[in-house]
Design a protein around this ligand. Structure first.
Ligand SMILES: Nc1nc2c(ncn2[C@@H]2O[C@H](COP(=O)(O)OP(=O)(O)OP(=O)(O)O)[C@@H](O)[C@H]2O)c(=O)[nH]1
Ligand SMILES: [Mg+2]
Length: 304
């Protein structure tokens, strides 16, 4: 079986072709001039790296060229790798902090179908394997079958779940789950929420209410909002981060479905533009297909 780094490399294959494959095509036997930088700029934009990060990368290459640190086209990769690692590192943060009071709460939010529930299953498995006591709150009471779906994940990862009926108030479920986490001495409460269009303000209000209610039940507990982004979304991810951040904050993002997309460059765009840390990446539908994000490793896998 492939190791985690091998898996990451395989998952990034299409993104790598779209980004580095195209760059290697344009640099063949060409000298470093504005034309070449324009072509690289276009490739970065097309690969969903975003305007801010692309500008930064091109400016960096131009500056290196003017200082004659960049004279050979083949050095372009090394320099890009260095600067991309730098961009992604700014978003690197610890998952649990030493002085967190438990239970720590992770409010898992994001638009429809991005992989919130699946990611909760993966996280529950991951953390309980590391000896943390995890409880899941089934707060997607909106979509029929959502409660069963998350309950299956709870069973697979062997963690407790607090749930109610479809149609019941998600904030009430959140409150019960928060109280249960405290009573049982849980380390982590993972809150599954209903998918919502970030443009629907009433649904965003509901999320705020869930967060508020948990804060009442657990006045000392840190409540982190983790935004799930579908890696194949492209530039829309930026506005999703902005809107969710306005509603409930955004303490970290988890980028799913990086396997099979050519748009993985969005991670670089989000890190540069919004400075939000990437906590994990999702690389498949299975319970083990979640990896802790590491800027150096990610760039290494992207460039190999
Ligand atoms: N390939 C791949 N598929 C994924 C990944 N994460 C989730 N999925 C799939 O994406 C689909 C939606 O996942 P869910 O976890 O139900 O998404 P959700 O955000 O909870 O959806 P709603 O609750 O309806 O908003 C499922 O078919 C998952 O198997 C991933 O990292 N890679
Ligand atoms: Mg869901």
């Amino acid at each position: 079986m492939a190791g985690p780094f091998e898996k990451l490399k395989q998952s990034l294959a299409r993104t790598r072709v779209g980004l580095l494959g195209k760059i290697s095509q344009v640099i063949t036997r060409r000298k470093i001039d504005d034309d070449l930088l324009d072509d690289i700029e276009e490739i970065l934009i097309e690969a969903d790296v975003g305007v801010a990060a692309t500008t930064r990368l091109i400016d960096f290459l131009r500056e290196q060229a003017s200082q004659e640190k960049l004279t050979d086209v083949n050095d372009i990769f090394g320099l890009l790798k260095e600067e991309i690692t730098e961009i992604l590192s700014r978003g690197d943060a610890p998952i649990f902090s030493e002085d967190d009071k438990t239970p720590v709460v992770w409010l898992i939010v994001g638009v429809n179908g991005v992989g919130k529930t699946t990611t909760i299953g993966k996280l529950a498995t991951n953390f309980s394997a590391r000896g943390k006591m995890v409880i899941i709150a089934a707060c997607d009471t909106f979509r029929a079958a959502a409660i069963d779906q998350v309950a299956i994940w709870a069973e697979r990862s062997n963690v407790e779940i607090v749930k109610s009926q479809t149609g019941s108030d998600p904030a009430a479920v959140a409150y019960d789950a928060a109280k249960a986490s405290l009573a049982r001495g849980a380390d982590l409460l993972l809150v599954d929420t209903a998918g919502r269009l970030h443009t629907k303000s009433n649904l965003m209000e509901e999320l705020k209410k869930i967060k508020r209610v948990i804060g009442k039940a657990l006045p000392d507990a840190p409540i982190y909002s983790k935004l799930i982004i579908d890696g194949s979304t492209g530039q829309n991810a930026i506005s999703q981060v902005k809107v969710f951040t306005e509603a409930v904050g955004c303490d970290g993002i988890i980028v799913t479905k990086l396997d099979g997309t050519a748009k993985g460059g969005i991670i670089i765009g989000v890190a540069e533009e919004l400075g939000v840390p990437v906590d994990f990446v999702g690389l498949g539908e299975g319970i083990d297909d979640l990896q802790r994000f590491d800027a150096g490793e990610f760039t290494e896998a992207l460039f190999e």
